[in-house]
Design a protein around this ligand. Structure first.
Ligand SMILES: Cc1cc2nc3c(=O)[nH]c(=O)nc-3n(C[C@H](O)[C@H](O)[C@H](O)COP(=O)(O)OP(=O)(O)OC[C@H]3O[C@@H](n4cnc5c(N)ncnc54)[C@H](O)[C@@H]3O)c2cc1C
Length: 551
């Protein structure tokens, strides 16, 4: 069993890494009130490394010409996001939150563009079944027959295959492909049902139906849910608890008045404040270039990790990686080469196995998107959250010319100003964000024209924007291809064997891409690490961050 770490390196300053560092700090600060073992963890040192000059990773909010533009995430869901709500309360930024009530029309009105028409998505299963919208015609019959469809015996299946099998080809093509565009920016034909929609997958596995348990209110477990119930790292006051409960009860979605970056900026501020116990150091604009493990040092309970940057090398007892998996693989490989006696010496077999698991093409697959923010000094968008674009019958594989050209490449559009009017600066203001696919080397002007052409075709909005911003986001959304859960299980075993629980992984590449999922993973890792006084003595491998695979 690895002892409770004294020096911890957190690699990556996106929301996952920042949340992990915050939880470590809070665990140390409040150790006096927790277990004896946790008290031993008090005073530990946490160093956070971020390669970029700014913190937050994909979380990026910008004010341009007075308009708030989000280049990454913009909204959070209270449902399933209890750790995020608790974090917001603990950071003292609840007063920055804009909650959109479940009753607000703009939050409830979601549209899907399919086969040349815009379709209103009903807000309940009942309305869904009886809807007369073109894409939903005939769906009632499929919904009624769904409980009688045989369950899959496979360990996993593509989202497209799952939906087509249970609800028919049209629902898969015209509806679910659009939802997958909106969440993953990817193709439902390649993504894993078990990993991307784990609760629906489990419903089929457990009850033989998706619809029946939904009607009966039976739920499944999300991928980022902790493997076992443990007390939260951050203890809230009664007032904070009440706020969290109220948000969960009444709010459909929420955001921050000045954008999502409020969350990551607040985390950075909290980490930079003088600590009561322990120490946190933020190393911004400091790319990690190598990561080396010394198994002999680990045996002696001496610092076993060496983190190398341009500034030199530093030793740690434990590493939490909140990096893309391919980046972690490269760092381990460089670390192995740096410590090897000769240049051609290979990595220890166990470490090589981890590198192999982390760097496989299915593990590192990620979608690249163009994000086009548009603002108008007049009311041009309808009272709706936005719309998603379906694949329709198009069969082109991702990345080729037809895939880029379908519906001008648009995946979805969020009507930011309608959904979140409290963020508006001007009386007459419309803001919207177009997410689209286009080649990486496309010119920004051409992408802007493409976004406007798609928008005009789908909605008739053809006014000239008062302000526009075009951003390319390369490899920004990990793609959980079929077999993702099995790959995580293999990675868990490889990490446990190579590093005996001294390397934890968390973040969008593993157990969910939403901000809620990322924060839940950070919480889970730290909870296992220190809140209960270090790794569970019965299993040295609970701290890989992937222990749920074996739960
Ligand atoms: C356009 C877009 C819209 C989205 N919309 C939503 C939404 O509305 N709601 C929602 O919940 N989620 C949304 N998401 C998903 C969510 O924002 C991301 O999955 C999440 O922010 C990922 O956080 P992370 O910390 O795991 O990874 P990242 O943000 O990728 O952080 C990893 C960090 O590691 C750093 N790094 C890399 N290499 C090194 C190195 N060698 N040394 C040091 N540091 C390094 C990177 O610079 C980066 O800061 C959206 C994502 C995108 C791209």
């Amino acid at each position: 069993m690895a002892p409770t770490p004294r020096r911890v390196a957190v690699l990556g300053g996106g929301v996952t890494g920042l949340a992990a560092a915050y939880y470590l700090r809070r665990a140390a600060t409040h150790a006096g009130a927790a277990t004896t073992a946790a008290a031993a963890a008090a005073g530990h040192t946490v160093h956070v490394y971020e390669q970029a000059p700014r913190w937050g990773g994909w979380v990026q909010s910008t004010r341009q010409d007075g308009y708030l533009f989000e280049q990454g995430p913009r909204t959070l869901r209270p449902a399933g996001g209890e750790h995020t709500l608790a974090l917001v309360a603990a950071l003292g930024i609840a007063n920055e939150v804009i909650g959109v009530p479940k009753t607000q029309p703009a939050a409830r009105t979601r549209l899907v563009y399919a086969n040349g028409s815009m379709n209103l998505m009903p807000a309940s299963l009942l309305r869904f079944a009886f809807s007369t919208q073109p894409v939903l015609r005939g769906v009632l019959g499929r919904v009624l027959r769904e409980p009688f469809v045989a369950r899959s015996r496979a360990a996993d299946e593509s989202i497209d295959a799952f939906v087509a099998r249970r609800f028919g080809r049209r629902v898969a093509d015209d509806l679910v492909s659009a939802v997958v565009h909106g969440i993953y920016g990817g193709d439902a034909r390649t993504l894993s049902m078990a990993a991307c929609f784990p609760t629906l997958w489990q419903r089929e596995q457990t009850y033989g139906s998706v619809v029946l348990p939904l009607l009966l209110g039976l739920t499944g477990r999300s991928l980022s849910a902790p493997s076992e119930p443990r007390p939260p790292v951050v203890a809230l006051t009664a007032e904070q608890h009440a706020w969290v409960r109220q948000m969960a009860r009444e709010t459909a979605i929420y955001a921050f008045r000045d954008g999502m970056q409020t969350l990551t900026d607040s985390l950075v501020r909290a980490l930079a404040a003088p600590p009561e116990r322990g120490a946190v150091r933020l190393h911004g604009a400091t790319p990690v270039t190598a990561l080396a493990y010394d198994a002999d040092a680990a045996q002696r309970d001496a610092p076993c990790w060496t983190v190398t940057t341009a500034a030199g090398a530093a030793a740690y007892d434990h590493v939490i990686s909140a990096l893309p998996s391919g980046t972690l693989a490269r760092l381990l490989q460089s670390g192995g080469a740096a410590t090897a006696a000769t240049a051609d010496a290979s990595l220890p077999a166990a470490v090589a196995r981890v590198v192999h698991q982390l760097s496989g093409p299915d593990m590192t697959a990620a979608a690249s998107l163009w994000v086009v923010n548009l603002a108008f000094h007049e009311q041009v968008t309808p009272q709706a959250f936005g719309y998603l674009v379906a694949r329709g019958g198009e069969t082109a594989p991702p990345g080729d010319a037809a895939w880029f050209a379908h519906e001008h490449g648009l995946l979805g559009v969020v009507f930011d100003a309608s959904a979140l009017p409290a963020q508006n600066q001007f009386k007459e203001e419309s803001r919207l964000t177009v997410m689209l696919r286009a080649p990486a080397d496309a010119a920004a002007d051409a992408v802007l024209a493409q976004a406007r052409a798609g928008l005009a075709k789908h909605t008739g909005i053809n006014q000239t924007p008062s302000s526009a911003r075009v951003t390319y986001q390369p490899a920004c959304l990990p793609q959980y291809r079929v077999g993702h859960r099995q790959r995580l299980a293999a990675l868990h075993d490889a990490l446990a064997a190579a590093f005996e629980g001294r390397l934890s992984v968390a973040g969008a590449g593993y157990r969910g891409v939403s901000v809620n999922d990322c924060i839940a993973q950070a919480h889970d890792v730290v909870q296992h690490l220190v809140a209960a006084g270090g790794p569970d003595p019965s299993d040295a491998a609970t701290t890989t961050g992937l222990a749920f695979c074996r739960a």
